[in-house]
Design a protein around this ligand. Structure first.
Ligand code: NAD
Ligand code: 89V
Length: 342
């Protein structure tokens, strides 16, 4: 099998995880990197032994002609870089949040479609093994038909030291973290017709909201609560665990802190340890996220090889991003938001 040659743009805080994961992906590797910050370019180039280093993404794509590009920059550069990849006819992965607004996101999807270029958003939380275990339990039919869900992420972990820009943006928790929780809600319970949101800021040292409570009406009639907080001080810090409750006509699923899953159905109750693997390069507590990075990157390569649309394609991610927009609009107006109007 020929190795697919990838090029990475953005050598910052999170890209290091992506670079570690690429080393383990069957059938692909990163052969060129780009960052406009020379120190970051040198650090990642030296750590992963990549000699082809560029300060300019266009120069890299023109010279390297990679089989795919992995964009790991922050949101402001996503549209120009995705459109650049489309112009060069290079399949593209783009980190979340895909865009700062729907107009940019739709333009990026349209540019890739027009160029015939596959596009995947690196929306990795649904690839976490505990979340996949919840989905498998639903799909098994053990709890019957779901009618209620709760997707919850509550923490006081200091995310600002690693990602200082998170303290500076007008938008914070829904755009950065709630986006993952909303995507998990779609993944587990289906697409959404209406969303009601309440947001607030508790930490006075940051600019955006750090607490969000959202009520979702799903197309299939299920109701869910998606709640997230970076202002919740608990006895045992759960970062970065997403806790899940699903109630169904025949039973229930609980994904509790410590990666304990309980499935109650017609045949009784099963207690399962759904802890993520600690990959050799990973470190706690990030190992749950790090494992999902490897999973989504392998999924991308598997899809690229056979020409299949990825689970979190640009097209799919428009629906997750629309929930983010709906949360901000709904919190501002105090009214429920119809997703058809986003
Ligand atoms: P960062 O600021 O640490 O790194 C971004 C890097 O991109 C910087 O080194 C910057 O110089 C470079 N860059 C920006 N624009 C560029 C351009 N046009 N050309 C070349 N280089 C450019 O940011 P980060 O914390 O690594 O976050 C990057 C993205 O990853 C964000 O969108 C963030 O939301 C996302 N993220 C995702 C997860 C996840 O689990 N999926 C976790 C953390 C961060
Ligand atoms: O996953 C993320 O997108 C990260 C963090 C977990 C810190 O919110 O930004």
């Amino acid at each position: 099998m020929t190795e697919l040659r990838g090029a990475l743009i953005g050598c910052g805080f999170f890209a290091v995880n992506q670079m570690h994961a690429w080393r383990d992906i069957a059938g692909a590797g990163i052969t060129a990197i780009c960052d406009r910050d020379p120190a970051r370019l040198a650090a990642v180039g030296d750590q992963f032994g990549i000699a082809a280093r560029y300060a300019d993404a266009e120069a890299m794509l023109a010279a390297e002609k990679p089989d795919f590009v992995d964009i790991a920059t922050t949101v402001a550069s996503h549209r120009p870089l995705v459109e650049l990849a489309a112009r060069h006819r290079v399949p593209v992965i783009c980190q979340k949040p895909f865009a700062a607004g729907m107009a940019d996101a739709r333009a990026m999807v349209a540019a890739c479609e027009a160029a015939g270029v596959p596009l995947m958003v690196h929306e990795n939380f649904r690839w976490q093994s505990p979340i996949q275990a919840v989905r498998a339990a639903i799909d098994s039919g053990a709890i019957g038909t779901p009618f209620f869900g709760r997707i919850s992420f509550r923490s006081a972990y200091d995310v600002f030291s690693g990602q200082p820009y998170l303290a500076e943006g007008k938008r914070f928790i829904v755009e950065d973290l709630g986006i993952h929780s909303l995507d998990i809600a779609r993944f587990l319970l289906g697409d959404v017709t209406r969303l009601t949101a309440r947001l607030r800021r508790v930490n006075p040292a940051i600019r955006g909201e750090d607490v969000a409570t959202m009520l979702l009406d799903h197309e299939n009639g299920t109701t869910s609560i998606v709640d997230c907080s970076y202002a919740t001080k608990l006895a045992v810090e759960p970062f970065p665990e997403t806790l899940v409750e699903i109630d169904g006509s025949e039973g229930s699923i609980r994904l509790a802190q410590g990666y304990h899953m309980t499935v109650t159905g017609r045949d009784g109750t099963r207690h399962l340890d759904v802890s993520p693997r600690l990959l050799p390069w990973a470190s706690r507590p990030w190992h749950n996220i790090q494992e999902s990075v490897a999973a989504i990157q392998q999924h991308w390569i598997d899809c690229l090889r056979v020409g299949r649309e990825s689970a979190t394609s640009g097209h799919d991610n428009l629906k997750t991003l629309a929930l983010v927009e709906a949360a901000y609009q709904g919190a501002a107006s105090g009214e429920p938001v119809d997703l058809a109007e986003i």
